[in-house]
Each structure stands twice: as C-alpha cells, then as structure tokens.
Design a protein around this ligand. Sequence first.
Ligand code: ADP
Ligand code: MG
Length: 415
Amino acid sequence: MKLDVRMFRYLSKESFRVLAAVELGMRNHELVPLPLIESLSKLKRGGSRKLIKNPCLKHKLVTHSSKDYDGYKLTYLGYDFLALNAFVNRRTVVSVGRKIGVGKESDIYLVRGRMDIQEDKTKDKKKQREEYEQNELLNEENKEEDVVPLILKLHRLGRISFQKVKLKRDYLKNRNSSSWIYLSRLSALKEYSYMKLLYERGFPVPRPVDVNRHSIVMELVNGYPLNQVKNIQHPHIVFHKMKELMIEIFNIGLIHCDFNEFNVMIDDKEDITLIDFPQMVSIHHPNAEVLFDRDVKNLLDFFNRRFKFIPDDEDVKGFCYKDLIKNYSENNVDLSNEIRQTGFTEEMEKELMENIDLDEKYDENEIENENENENQIENENEIENENENENENENENENENENENENENENENEK
Ligand code: ADP
Ligand code: MG
C-alpha cells in the first residue's frame, strides 16, 4: 500500500467530504449505504453518487460490496488520506516523501512539515470543518523556512491478521470489521500521549508534533535503529544509557514493554532515542514483572550476541523488577492527569490493551531478530498479506449481516 501523493493532490474537498461521510457512517454500519453517505456528506444531489465511484472507489479509498447488502466502507488508504488531509490543513505536513519503514503494525513515512500546530485544537467544530477543507495542496518543493523533515507514522493494527490482535468476541460483535480503524486510532492516540509525557519530562524520545485518527507526526530522529548497527565504539556506555533509561522510565511508574534494538535509535555520538510506545504499561500491570524482566533479558542477550558485551554482575545488580519496585516511591509521580490531557481516556487504554497481545509482540521481534540483515522494505509478501486480510474482512462482512441489521434498526430508532 502506497501513499500516492499525486493522487492526494488531485482529490477535491468534496471527495474528502464523501470519505468523511463514509467514516462517520462506519461508526454504526458495517457497510455504509449510499443514501446515508449522501445525507452525511451534505453535497448537492448526485454529488456523492459520482464521487464515491470516482475517485473514491476507482482509487481504492473505499470498497464496495453488494452481496447481501449494498454499501461502502473505507480502506486503509482512504483512512490515511483523511488523516493526511487533517495534517495538511493544520500545516503540520506540507509534503510526503519516501516510506522508510514497514513495521508489523505501522507504516513510516518521511515528510516535511511544521513543528507547531497552526490551529486551536479545542475548537472542535471549527476543526471538523477545516478537515473538510483542503486549504493547501501538498507541494513537494515547499521552501518555507519553518518547514522541517518529520516522521509520519500510520498505525496498522489488524493489518497482518485479526488473530494477532486478540479481538474479544463481544468486541467484534459490536464494532464489526471497522474495529481496525478504532484500534489503530486508539494505538496512535496512546502513542502520542505517552510520547508527549516522556518528551515533556525530558526523556530522549522524538518530539510529538500532531495526532489525527490512526496517525502521528513526530520529530525525525537522526541515526539508525540499533538493530541495523553492526559495531559501536562504546558498548559499555551505550548499555548503561539504555539501562538507565529503562530505570528512569520505571521510576515514573512505566514499562516500555518493547524496549529492544528495533525501538532504540542511535546516532553518531552514540546517543540513544527511544521510539514506539503503543504497548507501554504501568509498573502495576498484572504482568509487569514478566514484561520488565523480559525487556532486560532481551537487552542483555542483544549486547552479548551483537557486540560480544557481557556486563559485570555489579553492572546489572538491582536491574530487575523485584529490586526496582522495592525502591519505588509511589508518591513521587501521578501520570494519569498528564496522559489524559490528550483525550486518551482510561477506558480507551483498557480497550486497547485488551486487544494488544504483548506476548505476540515479543515473538514477532524474535522472528525479526533472525532476519536482522534483511532490510525492512515493502515486498511482495506484504502485498500478499494485505490481500489475505482484505479477504478476511470480506468474510467477516458475510458473517455479520445479522448484526448489521441490528445496527440498522438502532439507527432508525434514533431518528
Ligand atoms: P512499529 O510499531 O511498527 O515497530 P516504530 O515506531 O518502531 O513502528 O517504527 C518503525 C521504524 O521506523 C523504526 O525502527 C525506525 O527505523 C523508523 N522510525 C520510527 N520513528 C522514527 C523517527 N521518529 N525518526 C526516525 N526513524 C523512525
Ligand atoms: Mg518498533
């Protein structure tokens, strides 16, 4: 899946209204019927009907199904474009460059944009209206001075397969296949909230710039993920920086849960930056001990394997959950207010974590460990996976028509 920016540029603001109407309709419809799209988009007669075919359907921004029930739903690309449009309107993104990473649960793009959001986020109505308006088309050669290179991360929960994201039965029943939209949105908002908290407390993490739907914009980190680095000059010092970082995060009550060579970037000076936060948990999580000690073990194994570095006993003394929790003083931090400032609620946190399989995440890293030399580039496999996934979604549709009708009724009652 590619973010075709030329195509983005060519989309009219009316096309975005149609996409936004499909998005809105998907809140309580598995497939959004055309009459509903027409009424939600508030376009002149026939406008939506035309635009849903071209460009939306033609360019795979939506899919159409008429098997048992006629309607449309957003694709990831359609959802990407809605988020991108919001960033463009806020001018946090002015141009999109190449894709630099394909994670298991994200796509990462190099973009250019502004660090400071141009708009008052508290004005909800205004914001919504502006998202529909495409004020400025993307311009690759934007030369304005405050424009800097940034990273756009598009979250993709449920892309590879829904089995990997443990979807609870009742959850699936309520949210249907649009749950990927919902979960990816929660994942992005969580990542943004935690990144902001860590950044504001002076931790070495990218500066968060903007969040919309399933996407975040953040500072570009100089350097490479540690897994791509064959040699470092001072393994001992780098190990200590990583250890201290884990401990400092622990001391504000948090565990990263995926603290490894894929999520630690290192620069020329061998300074480190931590990335990738959707799976973070509190030190009071029921599995906190296992999760923290696993990150520790992974770090030790990696330094041994890659740099032939084994720390002294003294170096790792007290570097485990049991000892750290003993010395942890509860009264020094309460993060909940800071985290919730972004609108990421406790309920959202709970819902997301019920659907992130922390063990699964670790297994995937182990598989990646074995293929360390392979570049993370888009390949045919990925496209195959995506197709599989589409089929899975199709099947889900078929199974859930009953459910769909229920939603229909609900909707009518509301009216
Ligand atoms: P995932 O959740 O899919 O693992 P990550 O946030 O770990 O996603 O990002 C995947 C890869 O993208 C990283 O390993 C890194 O190479 C690159 N990357 C992510 N964020 C940044 C950033 N802020 N600056 C530079 N590169 C980044
Ligand atoms: Mg990662």
